[in-house]
Design a protein around this ligand. Structure first.
Ligand SMILES: [Fe+2]
Length: 407
């Protein structure tokens, strides 16, 4: 395909037949156990890598987890790029790609939250495809035209040591903020992280409140994956498993932050949530959260924590059966309930989880300027999440109402 040209339109049936599968499995090694960081050198040598660029933010570089990784990798590290900020940015991706070229690397290691992973993947795109990162974003034209950008070049392997529960390291997708405060979205199955290191002992150093809000993001991946237009029997099984694990592990970790077992549960649930969205993708909830982040500067976990019950309510009319399954996975006995009642019970259970996780529940408590809500709603209309959402969104006013409910 000629570079720079939009790819062909992706079309889906309005209602996905429940047993269709359209699924690509990325080859990924995942190690989740206490002390997993110490196993990195052997696992990296097994892939055949020798010159790595560590990608992280300035705060992560001062953290205990970073020191553990740096010490474990020794002379496998060719250089470090520590300019990552929340939601990343097109300029810093290009600067990271320059660092990578100077150091002649053969692989990238992201240490940190979702933005570190997304930045490493974006650097891999620029190194492989050339040009500016913004040229490689996909396009969504509301209400239902989606043009995924096909990227054809092989990518350098990415390795991730996630310090939050964002699950960004699992998916072959990523989001980067541009200068105009818009989130550009990318997708290429060749970007899927080759090696994922989840170390619950090291994770005890990460504040429980940060893990809880990012784990609500993971929970949202599972909840939205359940009703996505691209859902399939594989993603549904994973989503139900992720919901069950996170529903138990998040409150347990908040109550006992130094218990390694609870950290393991949150990291496992988060990983599963990444597998869910790698094949079912996300809907309006994530579309709104991308824009609350890119335009309103809310962290992704905080936006996710607040918006989830509102997004579920928005989809209730068209996704009652799936929301009933959400309720069951959260331990609600729905056997005597009508579908609509079971869906409401699921949404109530999510509200109880918000309380037990002690995460933010109202936009007004975040410092967000209320005057931005119409612009955030307008931007949401351009996010591909609306394409995968089961209920079609006809106007920005509907999104604005959703935001006002969450205010
Ligand atoms: Fe997310």
């Amino acid at each position: 395909m000629e570079k720079g040209k939009p790819s062909s339109e992706m079309a889906l049936p309005d209602v996905m037949p429940s047993h269709w599968i359209d699924y690509t499995s990325p080859a990924q090694t995942v190690i989740l156990k206490p002390g997993a960081i110490a196993q990195m050198p052997a696992a990296i040598r097994a892939i055949g890598l020798e010159r790595l660029l560590l990608v992280c933010g300035a705060n992560t570089r001062k953290s205990a987890v970073y020191s553990l990784v740096r010490d474990a990798l020794g002379d496998l590290v060719a250089d470090s790029y520590d300019q990552v900020v929340e939601h990343s940015g097109t300029e810093l991706v290009m600067a990271g790609a320059d660092s990578a070229r100077r150091a002649s690397i053969d692989g990238l290691v992201a240490v940190g939250g979702g933005s570190a992973s997304d930045t490493a993947k974006a650097i891999a795109i620029v190194l492989a495809e050339g040009g500016d990162i913004s040229e490689h974003a996909s396009t969504f034209i509301p209400p239902d035209k989606f043009y995924p950008k096909e990227l054809h070049q092989p990518k350098l392997p990415v390795i991730a040591v996630p310090t939050t529960a964002s699950a960004a390291e699992v998916t072959p997708g990523l989001g980067i903020r541009n200068d105009a405060g818009r989130k550009l979205l990318f997708w290429d199955v060749k970007l899927a992280t080759r090696l994922i290191i989840l170390d619950p002992t090291a994770n005890v150093h990460v504040p429980a409140s940060l893990m809880a809000s990012t784990a609500m993001n993971a929970f949202a991946h599972c909840a939205e994956g359940l009703y996505s237009r691209l859902r399939n029997p594989i993603s549904e099984g994973l989503a139900l498993q992720g919901i069950g694990i996170l529903n138990e592990s998040i409150p347990a970790m908040v109550a006992e932050p130094s218990t390694v077992d609870h950290r393991s549960g949150v990291l496992a649930g988060a990983h599963i949530s990444g597998l869910v969205i790698s094949n079912a993708r996300v809907g309006i909830h994530h579309a709104v959260c991308h824009c609350l982040g890119a335009h309103g500067s809310l962290s992704h976990g905080t936006a996710n924590s607040i918006m989830l019950p509102h997004a579920l309510r928005y989809n209730r009319e068209v996704a009652a059966k799936q929301l009933g399954k959400l309720a069951e996975a959260m331990g609600v006995d729905t056997r005597t309930m009508a579908p609509r009642e079971a869906a409401d019970a699921g949404i109530d259970a999510v509200c109880r989880l918000q309380e037990r996780a002690k995460v933010p529940r109202r936009l007004r408590d975040t410092g967000l300027d209320k005057a931005l809500l119409p612009e955030i709603a307008e931007q949401t209309m351009g996010d591909r999440g609306l394409f995968f959402n089961p209920r079609k969104t006809a106007s920005a006013r509907q999104v604005e109402q959703l935001l006002e409910e969450a205010w």
